[in-house]
Write a new protein. Structure first.
Length: 202
């Protein structure tokens, strides 16, 4: 599998939901809550959170949730108009007494995307330790901000070998040439024997 490459455009199938663009708020000046959720997986966990939000004036705006190692884990953004915020916060915290560990914070207003250029990177390679570290180090050395990262493993269709796949959405500072970042991803792709696709975004 030597001779892998960094290409422009997403030519491989990527996991469902990649990339995802969150919608804007439906409220003029909402109070925003960010929740992290963790607990043993079982039916009804999402319903408990959604009911607590809906019955207390909350609007479920966006979330990332999945089953990891037998546990249910997720992050959620819920908005409410100011008069309902206190009751919503109390109701969401109360769900933690029903078998979930919940951390809840009130978020400050989102300043919007950071300056620079957006890009999306997809990585597919045989699983091994250190893949995310190698790519994240290349980003950190150039002050590239990772705005979203999703990853997972699956069996290859023919060989059955374990494949790692990852999707990164990043913001590249204006002072960093995209060609420089692409060259570094080429080097990492050769080292990891990885198929890496790179797509600048408007």
């Amino acid at each position: 599998m030597r001779g892998q490459r960094v290409t422009e455009g997403l030519h491989r199938r990527v996991p469902d939901g990649y990339p995802f663009r969150p919608s804007c708020s439906a409220m003029p000046d909402p109070t925003t809550f960010i929740l992290t959720v963790l607990g043993p997986d079982r039916p009804g966990l999402v319903e408990k959170l959604a009911r607590a939000a809906a019955e207390n004036g909350g609007n479920w705006v966006e979330s990332r949730m999945c089953r990891l190692g037998g546990h249910f884990a997720g992050i959620v953004r819920i908005e409410a108009e100011a008069p309902a915020a206190a009751a919503l916060e109390k109701a969401l915290a109360a769900v933690a007494g029903e078998g979930l560990r919940i951390d809840l914070v009130r978020a400050k207003p989102d300043p919007g995307p950071t300056s620079g250029r957006a890009a999306e990177i997809v990585v597919v390679c045989q699983d091994r330790p250190g893949i995310v570290r190698e790519i994240a180090a290349a980003f950190a050395a150039r002050n590239v901000n990772v705005e979203e990262l999703r990853s997972g493993c699956e069996s290859a269709p023919m060989s059955g070998e374990r494949l790692f796949h990852a999707f990164f959405r990043v913001q590249v500072p204006s002072g960093v040439p995209l060609s420089e970042l692409r060259r570094e991803l080429v080097r990492i792709g050769d080292d990891l024997v990885a198929d890496i696709t790179f797509e600048p975004r408007e």
